[in-house]
Design a protein around this ligand. Structure first.
Ligand SMILES: CSC[C@@H](O)[C@@H](O)C(=O)COP(=O)(O)O
Length: 378
């Protein structure tokens, strides 16, 4: 299943980090468990390979999870033949049902699965539909996801950079981010890290700070890797340093990603986001969430309904397979927390920045999605 290679992760021609490689029905991903010390691509040859890579966090980050899940299905659709349109749609549904069980919190996976299931069922229900038509229509949708995600991330970067510069009134800003929301978490460019990239491109970034993001260290391993690779002026801090960082290092704004933004704007994101938002409120630092509309879940009214994934304790007790915690200690390892809307300044999407209605403590995501529906691309 795994075919390691030592090919560089940077596409030098385009100077882009390629975490997900997909060409003509062939898919491989950088094994993010090994970054930043080893760059190794794993082949994903089936839906089960995709499920395993997501569950084991060889690929992670809300948009990347959805894209790899869908592409793992595309890989199988390229190889298989079906007796009828109904058989093709049934296989797609069964595959998506399985992929939905890989990780629970990021809504992008469910959003993509629902769309693909509905599309393939619709194609199969058409008069005289063939298996080839169902497969071709579903593949076209899946194969468009990467391009759409990159375009969305660029738009998020622009909207976020403009919002932060307007809010702070500064020419150059100092931004704190958490977890990894860059090219490794998306198709490319990133969401919150896309905002930082855009500020850098505009010459408006003084400095970026990234947290370690314990216990899984997405900040120290992955965000730091992206920042250093792109020569963005940046500094790594431990999660426990965030309050003093805000007190002493003139942080202009915080920008983080999201795994699920619900109807009132409450946001599930990597564990530790909530305490950063509290510290930001105390220090008067604007706190932005940057996420595509595919991370918005209008079915849940508030954050208390979000299912938070709990992961194995050894992510806490061990680093790179080496124990650091005292043997016998109990662990609690929720992978995400929910930041209440009241602590969030704005939610940056590809369609613009969502603000709270005047004086309201929460966002109206329903109204925003409705108002901007015409701009919807996928
Ligand atoms: C653009 S990625 C946004 C979020 O998915 C990201 O901040 C995050 O929480 C990732 O968690 P992970 O557990 O690494 O999948």
């Amino acid at each position: 299943m795994t075919s390691p290679s030592t090919a560089p992760s940077i596409n030098m021609a385009e100077n882009k980090l390629e975490a997900i490689r997909y060409r003509d029905g062939q898919l491989s991903i950088i094994n993010q468990l090994k970054l930043p010390l080893v760059t190794e691509y794993d082949a994903i040859s089936s839906v089960q390979d995709g499920w395993d890579a997501i569950r084991e966090m060889r690929v992670r980050g809300a948009p990347a999870i959805a894209i790899v899940a869908a592409l793992s299905l595309a890989v199988e659709l390229h190889k298989r033949t079906f007796a009828s349109a109904g058989d093709a749609a049934a296989f797609i549904k069964t595959s998506l049902d399985h992929l939905r069980t890989s990780r629970p919190t990021a809504v992008n996976l469910f959003e993509a699965a629902n769309k693909l299931e509905a599309l393939s069922a619709k194609l199969a229900a058409q008069e005289g539909a063939t298996a080839q038509q169902v497969v071709a229509g579903t593949l076209a949708k899946i194969e468009g996801m990467m391009a759409a995600d990159i375009a969305d991330n660029r738009a998020i970067g622009k909207h976020g950079a403009e919002a932060i510069l307007a809010k702070t009134g500064k020419d150059k800003v100092r931004i704190l981010t958490h977890c990894n929301t860059g090219s490794l978490a998306t198709a490319q460019y990133g969401t919150a890290l896309g905002v930082i990239r855009c500020l850098h491109e505009l010459g408006s970034l003084d400095h970026a700070f990234c947290t370690e993001t314990r216990p899984y260290n997405q900040g120290a391993r992955l965000t730091a890797y992206e920042l250093v690779t792109e020569k963005i002026p940046s500094t790594l801090v431990a999660d426990s340093m965030v309050s003093v960082l805000m007190k002493e290092k003139d942080i202009s704004a915080v920008v983080v990603g999201a795994d699920r933004v619900v109807a009132n704007g409450d946001t599930a994101n990597k564990i530790g986001t909530y305490q950063i938002a509290i510290a930001a409120k105390h220090h008067g630092v604007p706190f932005y969430v940057a996420a595509p509309i595919t991370s918005v879940d209008l079915d849940l009214p508030d954050g208390s309904h979000i299912v938070i994934e709990e992961r194995k304790g050894d992510e806490l007790t061990h680093i790179f397979g080496k124990r650091l915690a005292a043997p016998g200690i109990n662990t609690w390892n929720p992978a995400f927390d929910v930041t209440p809307a009241s602590l969030i300044t704005g939610i940056v999407t590809e369609r613009g920045v969502v603000k709270k209605p005047d004086g309201a403590p929460e966002f109206d995501m329903h109204a925003f999605v409705q108002e901007t529906r015409d701009q919807k691309r996928i």
